[in-house]
Design a protein around this ligand. Structure first.
Ligand code: ATP
Ligand code: MG
Length: 577
């Protein structure tokens, strides 16, 4: 491979990134909350707005770094007063409200492990995750308590304390249930973060469940080194930015970049309690003069579906960077961003397991539409030769074969970057299987071009084998999406006696197009023109493609439907209509 100079050697990259952080006073270790809050509160940024929060009606509240330090200190002291010990797990089930940020950062100060859950989950997925994660404390709202927790509390014997946000509601204050505001009011605002080993667990995130039951990935305090460094490099995030990450903190993106990275950098974090709505989002971008915006391909596609007119009504000149993560970003969406929003969309690739961005088209560099980009500093990526199951081939001695130059294979990362997950909860053997020969095996298939850029092909589980061709569903979906009638597509392999599998596409149309036979024939022809042998042989119109709660198209569900199989654990899913 390419020889590397010492300056870009991963170890020296991370050592340098670590030096941009403060560390706890007196060499007492490294704590995410100290880097994100306390060191700013003790310095010239104390009065700077840390959190600018918009409620559902879009009225604004602001919290400075000093105020955030006060509230999170009280929260940590309140946990201590309740007898909650370092290492114990605190879960949050909250909408995007200021209490969410206070609870997450306050728990980290107390050296508890914190796991934010997505508030739209129903009782089952919440019970599953809290049970797997040994939740000792839960912070939630009275309404969510009644709807989601009351029915399952009896199944969570480890849960000792529930803290309720919002106005006190004596009717829900059962034993072991506390009023968070009252606890904070009683608690002291003085708190010194205890010694924190950088390898101490800090964050517990569940994967999206796109390919199966969600896995609990555990991350340590040292992850903050990667959160900050990657936000600078991939998103060009700076202290004077107004940063909006649209992901909910219930997903890893919403914590790594929706809480930790921007605060560590000292920027102003925007948080919107409201849900996606094209007009609301454009209004927010304009009125709040958002400078760096981190969102998801599914959101960009929804804006595209609404057309360019809505965008044209808003002044988006303050926007310096638009980036996305979570799913393949079609070249079409990158170009649409450049044409309609005034900035191309920068793709970034990473996973719950990686904790931070690994591969990106960094802000400030030329975007290559359709490519995920190149590994960030400190990250060594490789493509590994695949076996017949699509995953990297590991020989009996445990070795893998790293492919050189232009190639296609399982995307792997040299183990050891700071935000790498440290285990899957309750599944250590699964964790062990995720590594071979010093590499973390991502489960995604990618290819590398002559310029060293990585292109997403598909998940190893999703790749279609049709008449001797290996077909990445993303490539087919992207080609279909260049047709003006197509808003979104999901592509699967349908078992076929002759071809093994044949490529079938489910297509959602843009507003104004009708699902006629004529259009179907046209799209089949369009696909053949663009893709040749790997074009879809069947197209079905579907205005409700199944998505995970985090917004990803679930091909395994499309396939289950196609085959008439049971759809599995539907409790964590949402069908977008
Ligand atoms: P599960 O692991 O439970 O099946 P998941 O893999 O969707 O769910 P996440 O960790 O949220 O859970 O998502 C990571 C995955 O999302 C990646 O492995 C990849 O398949 C996809 N992904 C993320 N970013 C990109 C991107 N820029 N381009 C293509 N795919 C992406
Ligand atoms: Mg995954």
């Amino acid at each position: 491979m390419v020889g590397m100079s010492t300056a870009t050697e991963p170890a020296s990259v991370w050592a340098h990134a670590r030096r941009t952080l403060s560390g706890l006073p007196d060499g007492a270790g490294l704590n995410i909350a100290y880097e994100a809050v306390d060191r700013h509160a003790a310095g010239p940024r104390a009065r700077v707005t840390a959190l600018r929060w918009l409620d559902r009606r879009m009225s604004v509240s602001e919290i400075s770094y000093a105020e955030l330090a006060d509230r999170t200190a009280r929260f940590a002291n309140a946990l201590d007063a309740l007898g909650v010990r370092p290492g114990e797990r605190v879960f949050t089930l909250l909408g995007r409200t200021p209490e969410l940020y206070v609870a997450v950062l306050g728990s980290l100060k107390a050296r508890c492990v914190v796991s934010p859950l997505f508030a739209a989950f129903g009782p089952e997925p919440v019970a599953q995750r809290m049970h797997l994660g040994d939740a000792v404390v839960l912070v939630t709202s009275p309404a969510l308590y009644r709807r989601t927790i009351a029915p399952i509390r009896g199944r969570l014997p480890a849960l000792r304390h529930v803290l309720l946000t919002g106005p006190a509601r004596p009717d829900v204050l059962e034993p072991g249930t506390h009023d968070m505001a009252a606890l904070l009011a009683q608690a002291s605002p003085d708190h010194v973060i205890g010694p924190t080993d950088p390898q101490q667990p800090a964050l517990l995130h569940f994967t999206s469940g796109t390919t199966g039951t969600p896995k609990g990935a555990l991350h340590v305090h040292e992850a903050v080194v990667a959160h900050a460094a990657t936000a600078r490099e991939a998103l060009d995030l700076r202290a004077d930015d107004r940063f909006w990450c649209t992901a909910d903190p219930g997903w890893v993106t919403g914590t790594s970049y929706g809480i930790v990275a921007p605060l560590v950098i000292g920027a102003t974090l925007l948080s919107d309690e409201g849900e996606f709505d094209a007009r609301r989002w454009y209004t927010l971008l304009e009125r709040e003069r958002v400078t760096v915006w981190y969102t998801a391909p599914t959101a960009i596609r929804m804006l595209m579906r609404r057309g360019a007119e809505e965008a044209a009504r808003h002044d988006l000149k303050a926007l310096r960077v638009i980036a996305s993560v979570g799913e393949p970003l079609n070249a079409e969406a990158v170009r649409w961003g450049a044409a309609v929003l005034g900035r191309p969309v920068h793709d970034t690739w990473w996973q719950t397991e990686t904790g931070a961005i690994m591969i990106a088209n960094p802000a400030g560099s030329d975007v290559c539409p359709g490519a995920m980009g190149r590994p960030l500093s400190g990250i060594e990526a490789a493509l590994l030769q695949q076996g017949s199951d699509g995953r990297a081939l590991v020989d009996p001695d445990g070795h893998v074969r790293v492919l050189d130059g232009q190639a296609q294979g399982e995307l792997a990362l040299r183990a050891g970057w700071p935000s790498m997950f440290r285990t899957y909860l309750d599944a250590p053997e699964r964790y062990a299987r995720a590594f071979a020969d010093g590499w973390y095996l991502s489960g995604d298939i990618a290819r590398r071009d002559a310029d060293g850029r990585y292109w997403f092909v598909g998940r190893a589980d999703d790749v279609i084998k049709s008449a001797g061709h290996l077909v990445g569903p993303f490539e087919v979906e992207s080609a279909l999406m260049t047709h003006p009638a197509v808003a979104e597509a999901g592509v699967i392999g349908k078992p076929d006696a002759v071809a093994g599998e044949l490529v079938k596409a489910f297509v959602t149309l843009r507003a104004g197009f009708e699902p006629t036979e004529e259009l179907r024939t046209e799209l089949l022809g369009f696909g053949r023109q663009a893709l040749g042998a790997v074009a879809p042989k069947e197209i079905a119109f579907d205005d409700a493609l199944p998505h995970t709660r985090s917004g990803k198209v679930m091909r395994r569900l499309l396939k289950a439907r196609e085959l008439g199989l049971p759809e599995g654990d539907l409790s964590t899913l949402e069908v977008n209509t």
